[in-house]
Design a protein around this ligand. Sequence first.
Ligand SMILES: C[S@@+](CC[C@H](N)C(=O)[O-])C[C@H]1O[C@@H](n2cnc3c(N)ncnc32)[C@H](O)[C@@H]1O
Length: 336
Amino acid sequence: MAVEILSHNPDPLSRIISWCSWLNDGEGTREERQDTLIRLAQEISTNEELADTAVTLGALPRLLHALGSALKTGDEDHVEVISLAVSTCNARFTGTSVPDQDLRGSCPDVADEEQAVHTYRFPTSGIQVRVSEGDYDSTHEGFGFRVWTSAQLLCEILEKHRFLVMKRTVVELGAGCGLCGLFAHELGAREVTITDGIPGCLPAIQRSCNLVEIGSRAPRACFLDWKCDLEHLNMEADPNLQVGCEPLGSPTQDTWPLLDEDEQFELVIGSDVLYEMAAAATLAATIKRRLKDSRGSVALVVQALRKAELIEEFICRIVAYGFHVTFYDLKGVHLQ
Ligand SMILES: C[S@@+](CC[C@H](N)C(=O)[O-])C[C@H]1O[C@@H](n2cnc3c(N)ncnc32)[C@H](O)[C@@H]1O
């Protein structure tokens, strides 16, 4: 089989080129093609140069299509591998070279289900949270259209340490669909702000906020791009710098509320928010700028361990800002 022959090639770059041309030639059975695509995804996921080559050879639409299928069938292993590969491809091409039409239409089945409402049940507290999923097309750049496993894990941690949340002001960063912020609200937070830096995520967050029971103070949806916080911190350090933060997504940013300049919170939460290198600096800056400087204030980040160097860089940045960091290895922790 072609797939096996190609896998014997010891040079990663040649392997990528062979796999891409093999896929482009339309060879092999469905299973062989899927297998090859997964191997390709594994190979490029931690190597931007290989990802660059794969994008040039037309692999990105195939990966996005495979991601859509994996999401549809609930194959979490493939979702993990392919989404990491896609983010490595996008990191290389941020804001410029990935043509919109390649991304749109590559995942029609997911787009059809865009307004589905899912109920997440947390047996220990008996809390149920209803989450409206996002629109794949408008959130593709950041994978915020669905709830990731890290979000469920973060909710379970909050559930076990409810004191961290109760009567506190909470902000969720890179919220995607906002499950953790919605859950913090149910756990008794005083005020919850659910944010994302891609405007396309905010309609789904707002829909979920609207689902919160009347009578309780509903969480609010706000636009927050961490890049802006980094620029502000840099400007504070050097007033000659200009702040020129452009939103990550479409111009619809204007229609969503922004955080106040000096708004800070007692609890900052984020799940699966570190997946591209730039986030190490920007996310650290947002935590620095948005976490209230008071006793008991804490930031909790739950992150799948994909790129060790990214986590290391983030920890270096956050330590440089003067934070005390505790790192918990959640390996072996299973969702209920
Ligand atoms: C993998 S998704 C995780 C979504 C959600 N936290 C979860 O676990 O289900 C990463 C999220 O981070 C957001 N994001 C990426 N870069 C960002 C930035 N610079 N500022 C704000 N949000 C950002 C994306 O829009 C996306 O919603």
